[in-house]
Ligand binder design. Structure first.
Ligand code: SF4
Length: 197
């Protein structure tokens, strides 16, 4: 060991000696008396707590959302974290759930529909009316093009083989029922559900 190196044992001895001599200083030289009197100001101090559920998967982890009204009257979402009282997650969240705040307030979130015309290099912002019309037209065109009335054996099937549907785990039972009815009414046979279980 060279002159300037200090072993862990020596380091602790120096710290203990320093504490004895200097009283209010920690072994590392911090002024503890001042640190103890400093009141930590939390970002969520005085915020309203609301209970919610993570929308990402079927585990259904419980969330606490902290909001506060700003001086301009707008309610700001400050923090989302796991609910320690939940028997499902006991305060814990997986990385997806832990980033739930960004669902609402991420600067990178796209706030409106975007459209890139065939052959174009740039995306442009469009209205919801435009996007929904476009979606409806594309669904109809794909359905008309890929609808099958009879299979190879001549059986009547009346199904659309060109479109698939994937539901989300955030669906309620009623939404899932409605979505399935709608898709079946269009003749879709490829229905799937994203649900982490
Ligand atoms: S496991 Fe993750 S994604 Fe699923 S509900 Fe819990 S936090 Fe959300």
């Amino acid at each position: 060991m060279s002159e300037v190196e200090v072993s862990r044992r020596q380091f602790l001895q120096i710290g203990a000696a320093g504490t004895g001599v200097l009283g209010g200083l920690s072994p590392l030289g911090f002024d503890l008396t001042q640190a103890i009197t400093v009141k930590q100001k939390l970002r969520i101090e005085g915020a309203t707590v609301s209970h919610s559920v993570c929308p990402y998967c079927a585990v259904g982890c419980a969330l606490l959302a902290y909001t506060k009204k700003n001086a301009d009257g707008k309610v700001e979402l400050l923090q989302i974290e796991g609910d320690p009282d939940s028997p499902v997650n006991e305060g814990r969240l997986c990385p997806k759930g832990a980033s739930a705040l960004q669902l609402a307030v991420s600067r990178r979130r796209v706030p409106s529909p975007m459209y890139r015309e065939p052959g174009a290099k740039e995306w442009k912002t469009v209205s919801w009316d435009f996007a929904l019309d476009r979606l409806a037209r594309n669904i109809k065109a794909s359905r008309d093009r890929t609808f099958v009335t009879t299979d190879a054996n001549g059986n009547l099937v009346n199904r659309c083989e060109g479109i698939a549907f994937a539901g989300g785990a955030a669906f309620s039972s009623e939404e899932g029922y409605l979505a399935t009815k709608l898709m079946r009414s269009l003749g879709y046979v490829y229905l799937e559900q994203q649900a982490r279980v």
